[in-house]
Design a protein. Structure first.
Ligand SMILES: NC(=O)c1ccc[n+]([C@@H]2O[C@H](COP(=O)([O-])OP(=O)(O)OC[C@H]3O[C@@H](n4cnc5c(N)ncnc54)[C@H](OP(=O)(O)O)[C@@H]3O)[C@@H](O)[C@H]2O)c1
Length: 397
């Protein structure tokens, strides 16, 4: 029997996850690249299109259209503008969509991909943070698998296969602690972008690297785990594990704890999501525990605990709170990276924005703001826009 190659569309192909996905596809057989999408990096997108000849490429920045148009191979269609990524998934007929855009910009294309019925390899955690209450039912209704690419969630997913879902007591997500792990709160408050981008174990895009330093990445991941695995706040713990060898642990009702271990390498969860339910053979050096020597763990304390606690608050309040938190964080990280605010202000701004939202909306007791059933996508997009405005207003003039 002839097996057709699986068609893969990569949203965010020019980024860290996107380019590693292409590396994984280079090492694999049985796949073809049908669509590639990016934000504004037309040079890298043009190189990728020349190498993979996808049916469709999309670039969000309309100004990149003229440069990219002359660079594409014959037969590749070019789409530009804010809707281009959604159109790409509709037009390229993918079997698998790798959702690897950074930020809330990944939400609409991920929803569009779910509507096509394609399997989703989900790296873009912000999609679930903003709109888990819409994305998860949409995936269930469409019968679509949402396979986690985030290493911790890929770890949870694999550990959970050791028992029945009803037997899971809790999950533990590990954190490297980020670039400023050993800095005091006082020192970290004025860390530069170069300091905060100097991640000890993972090489990633700029936004997630800053999120790792503030621990906002764990905030997003706790909320992502809540939606992906239907876990309550009490069932999700975070622990600092500097070696980044154990990615997640799942405790079952008899006290047994399953852990997923691997060297820090995003190609592993990417390859697993692409090949699932098979486990692809990969040519990687074995994990040598004797060489590693020790695996250590510390509780989350100080400024990091203050950040991580936001995740539990968001899950308890529900409604549009995740969209508010995510948008405030994106805006604050951008302000830090462009030198407008100090590192210590990132989480401050997120907290202040969230508090204002809760104050304004709990007084009004607007059902739509807090009820998962009645919250709509326009509500969430409006909350996102509101939060970005609030952060702008907090910025030093
Ligand atoms: N990197 C990791 O190891 C890792 C691990 C776990 C989870 N994740 C998650 O995966 C996602 C991607 O992370 P990353 O590290 O790969 O980020 P990245 O290196 O910054 O890449 C982001 C990608 O998104 C595109 N993009 C940015 N804004 C866009 C917009 N408005 N419209 C369309 N495309 C846009 C970028 O295009 P341009 O290049 O043209 O700007 C790029 O292709 C994030 O949600 C992150 O949290 C990443």
């Amino acid at each position: 029997m002839i097996r057709l190659a699986k068609r893969v569309a990569i949203l965010g192909s020019t980024g860290s996850i996107g380019s590693q996905t292409l590396d994984v596809l280079d090492e694999s057989s049985g796949f073809s690249v049908c669509g590639l999408g990016a934000g504004r990096n037309w040079e890298t997108l043009a190189d990728q299109a020349k190498q993979y000849s996808p049916a469709v490429v999309a670039i969000a920045d309309p100004q990149a259209e003229s440069q990219l148009a002359g660079q594409l191979p014959a037969g590749t269609e070019l789409l530009t503008g804010p809707e281009a990524m959604c159109e790409l998934v509709r037009k390229s007929a993918p079997d698998i969509v790798v959702s690897a855009v950074v930020g809330a910009a990944g939400l609409a294309p991920t929803l569009a991909a779910i509507e096509t019925g394609a399997t989703i390899a989900l790296a873009n955690k912000e999609t679930l943070v903003c709109a888990g209450q819409i994305v998860m039912p949409a995936a269930h209704a469409a019968g679509v698998d949402l396979l986690p690419v985030d290493s911790e969630h890929a770890g949870i997913f694999q550990c959970m296969m050791s028992g029945k879902r009803s037997e899971v007591r809790r999950v533990i997500i590990t954190s490297s602690g980020g670039a400023l792990r050993d800095w005091s709160d006082e020192q970290a408050a004025t860390a530069t972008a170069a300091d905060a981008l100097n991640h000890p174990t993972w090489e990633m895009g700029r936004k997630i690297t800053i999120d790792s330093a503030t621990l906002m990445n764990k905030v997003l991941e706790v909320i992502e785990a809540h939606w992906l695995f239907d876990l309550s706040p009490e069932q999700i713990e975070v622990v600092i594990h500097p070696q980044s060898i154990i990615h997640a642990l799942v405790e079952f009702c008899d006290g047994s704890v399953m852990a997923q271990l691997a060297k820090p390498d995003m190609k592993l969860p990417i390859a697993y999501a692409l090949q699932y339910p098979d486990r692809p053979a990969r040519n990687v050096a074995p994990l040598n525990l004797a060489d590693i020597g020790s695996l250590t763990f510390k509780p989350v304390t100080g400024r990091n605990a203050r950040a991580v606690n936001l995740a539990y608050e968001i899950i308890r309040h529900g409604g549009a709170c995740g969209a508010v938190l995510n948008a405030a964080n994106e805006a604050a990280v951008e302000a830090f990276l462009t030198g407008r605010i100090k590192f210590g202000k990132i989480v401050d701004f997120v907290e202040t924005t969230l508090k204002k939202w809760l104050d304004e909306h709990s007084h009004a007791r607007k059902k739509a703001d807090f009820s998962e059933e009645s919250v709509t996508l326009p509500d969430l997009l409006a909350a996102d826009a509101w939060a970005r405005q609030q952060v702008l207003a907090l910025m030093p003039q």
